[in-house]
Design a protein. Structure first.
Length: 515
């Protein structure tokens, strides 16, 4: 008599993800980060497909429940759920091979293109980064949910080995040493000639810039090994040497320097604001618990297909240089910008696209909502700060009820304004605004509403256990049906929260809708 065996499920992920993406100055860094993350996740999926039986489960002979197999690598989520037991040693070995292949390809490209340097001393540092760049997490369970839960428990106890280093830190993150051929040449700090080392570093990055172009590596930059890898994988000649990848195509200049020169600041492009959006589906884990394995697989396929089409949903006639950085499953990150010689992108134009997003999101066909953090960023804010504000804005949208967008304005000083709005209210409220002259739409003057709120706020009219002043003011500037819907939907037990919502609407609307 045969004994029926239970299917064992395997869940795998790796880290860091957010930290890896954060260390970004150029748009290339963001794309390189997301490409590498997707490539490594895809290598794990390929390993499962190669080493596990294909007869069960019944989805296209593919043992990976999530992410579903589609014809692209970019956007592969970094949490892998497998129907079957994929041993830890095998998974980790194949993951390390994939990362090592990327690192060796980039190092080899440098050594072959820049012949005039002695590369004996930097090989040890590259080898350390090949071995210690990632934390790897692996867990099993007798159900998909148990495997996921066991994986998250393992992530609570980190097992990461850091890399010690000496010398100057990179100009991008400041967290790791500068990559150049002479690194590790002298281990005794007392023997270091700082000026000589600095000259060698400058010479190396000047030649890197000349070799691949200033748009890829600026000679003023001094990058660490992983930062250099992220930049070089966006070069077609390097990326195309890796199997099963999609190259990014051309990049327009979108650099966010923390140390801009006076020449940079004088350029028109350096004075342009940009719109960044980060979001994901609401309570997706809860929704997945209601689905069978096959339904989870189909859900993953639908979301990945949606992610690949998101780049085509940007309003190309108005925001020609917008770009989706990452769309993996229900997670996505994008930027809206426009370069010279085109007119600068306005916040008003960005809002027109955001109004259409609920329709774009619902095209995947599943009954889940999305929350987004949108940041309208001043030109001199470093890119990693912009990304941090994107995450904080997305968190605000979640904490204020989900199915919402948090609009945040980020100034050069680092200060910000924020207003959170349900998707159903966003367009009718902002487009329905009429100023005191009865003008509606793009030409409406939001200063009228902004000044009234400022005066009332200075007189403490919004304090106390009432909201009638706020609703009366809304009735002056916004359509009556919208105000009534808002009155019915707001929480009467939290008048302070609603009054603050009105004052934030005036401030954010003044900056976004007047531009």
């Amino acid at each position: 008599m045969s004994i029926e065996t239970k299917t064992i499920y395997t869940a795998i992920t790796f880290a860091p993800v957010q930290g890896f993406i954060e260390k970004s100055r150029k748009l290339r860094d963001l794309y390189g980060s997301s490409f590498i993350l997707s490539y490594l996740a895809n290598a794990l999926c390929d390993t499962a497909r190669t080493h596990l039986p294909t007869s069960d489960p019944p989805y296209s002979g593919y043992p990976v429940i999530s992410p579903a197999l589609i014809d692209v690598t970019q956007g592969t989520p970094n949490l892998i759920l497998i129907a079957g037991h994929l041993p830890l040693d095998l998974a980790k070995t194949e993951f390390d091979k994939a990362w090592s292949a990327i690192a060796k390809l980039c190092r080899s490209a440098i050594e072959q293109r820049l012949k005039g340097f002695d590369y004996r001393y930097w090989k040890r540092e590259w080898s350390l980064w090949e071995s210690h760049a990632w934390e790897f997490f692996h867990a099993t369970g007798d159900t998909p949910e148990t495997a996921r839960r066991n994986l998250f428990e393992k992530k609570r106890s980190r097992n990461w080995t850091g890399i010690n280093w000496s010398g100057e830190s990179s100009t991008l993150s400041g967290a790791d040493t500068i990559a150049y051929p002479g690194m590790n040449e002298i281990s005794n700090p007392k023997q270091r000639n700082i000026r000589e080392i600095d000259d060698k570093i400058k010479q190396f990055y000047q030649q890197l810039s000349q070799c691949w172009g200033e748009s890829i590596i600026d000679e003023r930059e001094q990058l660490s090994v992983p930062e250099l890898i992220k930049r070089l994988v966006t070069v077609d000649a390097i990326a195309q040497a890796l199997p099963n990848i999609e190259t990014p195509g051309s990049f327009q200049r979108l650099n966010r320097w923390k140390d801009q020169t006076p020449e940079d600041v004088d350029r028109a492009e350096a004075k342009r604001w940009t719109g960044w959006f980060l979001g994901d589906g609401d309570r997706v884990s809860d929704y997945l618990r209601t689905l069978t394995e096959l339904e989870q697989h189909n859900f993953s396929a639908a979301m990945r297909t949606w992610g690949t089409s998101l780049k085509d949903q940007l309003p190309s006639t108005r925001i020609r240089d917008g770009r989706i950085i990452y769309a993996g499953g229900d997670d996505f990150l994008g930027v809206l910008y426009r370069n010279e010689p085109d007119p600068a992108l306005t916040a008003w134009e960005s809002l027109q696209w955001l109004y259409t997003f609920p329709t774009i999101w619902n095209s995947h066909g599943y009954p889940i909502t999305a929350s987004i953090g949108f940041v309208w960023a001043a030109p001199n804010v470093p890119q990693r700060d912009v990304l941090q504000h994107c995450r904080e804005a997305e968190k605000s949208a979640k904490q204020n009820g989900r199915d919402r967008i948090a609009l945040r304005i980020l100034f050069n000083s680092g200060t910000h304004l924020e207003w959170v709005c349900p998707w159903w209210l966003l367009e009718p409220l902002l487009t329905g605004y009429r100023d005191r002259n009865g003008i509606q739409g793009k030409q409406a003057n939001w200063t009228h509403f902004y000044n009234d709120v400022a005066i009332l706020e200075s007189r403490h009219a919004f304090q106390g256990e009432q909201t009638e002043v706020a609703f009366s003011l809304l009735a002056v500037y916004f359509p009556q049906d919208v105000v009534e819907k808002l009155r019915l939907s707001h929480n009467p037990s939290n008048p302070d929260g609603f009054n603050l919502w009105i004052t934030n609407l005036a401030k954010v609307g003044f900056h976004l809708c007047n531009s």
